[in-house]
Design a protein around this ligand. Structure first.
Ligand code: 2DT
Length: 212
């Protein structure tokens, strides 16, 4: 049941704190949709494979220091350098499951104290997701899961600030899923909202741009 070439794919974004399960859930969702015969790709930001992505990666590993504004703009540039490919894929009928997007950009930088409107500005004109799913977990619960790595930002106190920033970004279009449910239950709820969204896009919902 491949979609006809005239219908577009959906831009699906997963957001949430570190250790909320985004990465495993995007993997499971990708596998499911692919097996169902949909044209689908799994993306993530930062995309560490580009030149800009390598600068970001080195910053996250604490191997380089950058002004908070400068790293913010690099994260944004990293999305801009993928924008045209993203549009091409969506228009040709491929659904993209994206692990983190502009909301991570704004949430993490504003958690450092940068002005939220300043943080949003460079994102204007990027493609707006058709669906944002927030995998909801408290910073304390996420920390209990263990496995915070050594990267910058992977600390409880900072994650608490990020949680607060996410909260101020959330709007009625976001679907919030309780990330403390079992992997299978989260997966089931995720599939439901995603399939729903894919149908809406299939029926001709136009692509739009940030910030709506
Ligand atoms: P991963 O652990 O998911 O690779 O993310 N981040 C991410 C930002 O600060 N701004 C952004 O625009 C994006 C996409 C979140 C690495 C870290 O980078 C943060 C965690």
């Amino acid at each position: 049941n491949k979609e006809s070439s005239s219908s577009r794919g959906a831009l699906i974004v997963l957001e949430g704190l570190d250790r909320c399960g985004k990465t495993s859930q995007s993997g499971r969702l990708y596998k499911y949709l692919d097996e169902q015969g949909h044209s689908v790709e799994s993306w993530r930001f930062p995309d560490r494979n580009t030149g800009v992505g390598q600068m970001i990666s080195s910053y996250l590993a604490n191997k380089s220091q950058l002004d908070d504004h400068a790293i913010h703009l690099l994260f944004s540039a990293n999305r801009w350098e993928k924008r045209s490919l993203m549009e091409e894929k969506l228009k040709s009928g491929t659904t993209l499951i994206v692990d983190r997007y502009s909301y991570s950009g704004v949430a993490f930088s504003s958690a450092k104290g940068l002005d939220i409107e300043w943080c949003k500005a460079p994102e204007i004109g990027l493609l707006a997701p058709d669906l944002v799913v927030y995998l909801d977990i408290s910073p304390e619960k996420a920390a209990e899961r263990g496995g915070y790595g050594d990267e910058r930002y992977e600390q409880l106190e900072f994650q608490k600030k990020v949680a607060g920033s996410y909260l101020s970004l959330r709007d009625s279009s976001w679907k919030v899923i309780d990330a403390t449910l079992s992997i299978e239950d989260v997966e089931k709820k995720l599939r439901e909202v995603v399939l729903d969204c894919m149908i809406t896009c299939h029926k001709g919902k136009p692509l739009s741009q940030l910030w709506p």
